[in-house]
Design a binder for this molecule. Structure first.
Ligand code: PEP
Ligand code: MN
Length: 286
């Protein structure tokens, strides 16, 4: 008998003391796969939103060259305003798949509704559940019925316990491949878009065996804070980073203010290696 006292059972360290490591197929690295949650820090980068073939390919090529192995990009976008850009939908997924073939990267993209899980799974290597959907339990059930890696973002007003219970929904449907993502929470502070909870990184590592990645782009909403929060996340033990990069952030249709330029991402990468090395980890880039 194993007594698990936490309300989230399958997600807890009590139930599963060893770190979960999730393998993702990535053609551009030797061995053809990257492990999320192991020794190496994994860099995921790309535009907030797929806007055009040119924008996506330019960004993918540059971030791959700089050392990212997973390409991010939204095709189905949650938009706070109904008048905001809501993404290219399936056309955006097709462009992501094209970039994957061209640059050998894996693709992470958001799925917003249970009815789209099959469609998005055809194009993506990792399904992203956005902050607004962390407690969309029918969506969690549906991704839980696949075997796809699922990156579950923390709800912007969710406690760590609520977040781990959301992970439990996916795990309890039989899908063990859950990655947590800290992306900032709502506080009284208005100087940043969200308050990035760096302490959530070591704390969820104590409470859960699941890998955790950090999103300093949504986490701060400010381009000038993305690099310092990336490095702080690595120092705190994150397993990966999800970073928004745009060839021309001032003209981005979404989240330009928090998107790094390509050269800023290139300048960040040596620092990422330096901090990872300082804490006895490495960064998987090839
Ligand atoms: C995003 O990654 O662009 C995004 C919409 O994230 P979140 O759900 O954290 O706001
Ligand atoms: Mn975004």
């Amino acid at each position: 008998v194993l007594r698990v006292t936490k309300p989230y059972k399958l997600a807890s360290r009590e139930f599963h003391p060893i770190d979960t490591i999730i393998d993702v197929s990535v053609a551009c690295v030797s061995g053809g796969k990257v492990s999320i949650g192991g020794q190496s820090v994994v860099m995921m980068a790309g535009p907030c939103t797929v806007e055009s073939e040119r924008q996506l390919m330019t960004t993918a090529e540059a971030v791959r060259e700089a050392g990212a192995v997973i390409l991010r990009g939204g095709a189905f976008k949650p938009s706070t305003s109904p008048y905001g850009f809501r993404g290219l939908g399936e056309d955006g997924l097709k462009l992501l798949a094209k970039a994957r073939d061209e640059f050998g990267m894996a693709v992470i993209t958001e799925v917003m509704t249970p009815g789209d899980v099959l469609l998005v799974s055809e194009y993506a290597d990792i399904l992203q559940i956005g902050t607004r959907n962390m407690q969309n339990y029918f969506l969690l059930d549906e991704v839980g019925r696949t075997r796809m890696p699922v990156m579950l973002k923390r709800g912007m007003s969710a406690t760590i316990e609520e977040w781990l219970l959301a992970a439990e929904y996916i795990l309890s449907q039989g899908n063990p491949n859950v990655i947590l993502c800290e992306r900032g929470i709502r506080t009284f502070e208005k100087a940043t878009r969200n308050t990035m909870d760096i302490s959530a990184i070591p704390l969820t590592k104590q409470l859960s065996h699941l890998p955790i990645v950090s999103d300093p782009s949504q986490g701060t909403g400010r381009r000038d804070l993305v690099s310092p929060m990336t490095l702080a996340s690595i120092a705190a033990g994150t397993d990966g980073l999800l970073i928004e990069v745009h060839p021309n952030p001032d003209e981005a249709l979404k989240d330009g203010a928090q998107s790094l330029t390509i050269s800023q991402f290139q300048e960040l990468m040596p620092q990422v290696h330096a901090v990872a090395t300082a804490i006895g980890r490495d960064v998987i880039t090839e």
